[in-house]
Design a protein. Structure first.
Length: 208
């Protein structure tokens, strides 16, 4: 069995929106179940964590940035980067100990804010050509590199741009790729569907 990995989300947004807090809580709970470490790095000391994240099991808060933490072990860190040339493979589980993600809300069209981490010089791997939410990217990476039975990227079931009914008349499309569960439904953090409905009532604005 491969050695247990560390998953780090470098929080890059100035605030910690409800969307991110639901994504981070889902990553924490899945990391705990999978027996892997999950760090949220670059968290400003003055930032008050939302209630659902304060003290949650499976989440370790780190005020330092990833560049400072791994300054002498950069080669052990793999940046999950939508612009990388190589796709992540199960063999990368032997090569890297740490998997790094941008703590960025998805945007449509994508603004390539992952470049903020790319320019720090970490080696990058892609998870296919379509933008995923941060929790999906972590979930997919864990499936590929961690555990007894690594699953190659092309064997993971996905759905792109799923539509959700927000009321009797309207539905809204989420412009991301998600892993599907046994019934073909997108796997999403607890509470996300309600938040999508709530935000669609007042317009998504920058939250996509
Ligand atoms: C919601 S995505 C942000 C993408 C964003 N539009 C940007 O500006 O880069 C959050 C993080 O998930 C990871 N990610 C999402 N889709 C990915 C993909 N197809 N390949 C590799 N990493 C991905 C990256 O680490 C990215 O920083």
């Amino acid at each position: 069995m491969s050695k247990s990995k560390t998953f780090i989300v470098e929080h890059l947004d100035p605030e910690l929106e409800e969307w991110s807090s639901l994504e981070y809580a889902a990553i924490a709970s899945e990391s705990q179940s999978a027996g892997v470490s999950f760090f949220l790095s670059s968290v400003p000391p003055a930032l008050k964590l939302p209630e659902n994240l304060a003290g949650v099991q499976g989440l370790q808060i780190e005020h330092r940035g990833v560049e400072e933490i791994y300054h002498d072990k950069k080669a052990s860190v793999c940046l999950l980067d939508p612009a990388a040339k190589e796709e992540l493979s199960p063999e990368d589980g032997d090569r890297f100990d740490v998997f790094l993600f941008g703590g960025i809300l998805g945007d449509d069209p994508p603004r390539d804010r992952t470049s903020e981490l790319r320019k720090k010089g970490f080696e990058g791997r892609r998870l296919g050509p379509v933008q995923m939410t941060t929790d999906t990217a972590v979930r997919v990476t864990r499936m590929i590199v961690q555990g007894r039975k690594p699953v190659p990227l092309d064997k993971i079931p996905f759905v792109d741009n799923p539509e959700f009914k927000v009321d009797d008349h309207e539905s809204t499309e989420m412009p991301f790729r998600y892993v599907t569960d046994g019934k073909g439904n997108p796997v999403m953090p607890a509470g996300m569907l309600d938040l999508i409905k709530k935000d669609s009532e007042r317009g998504f604005g920058d939250l996509l």
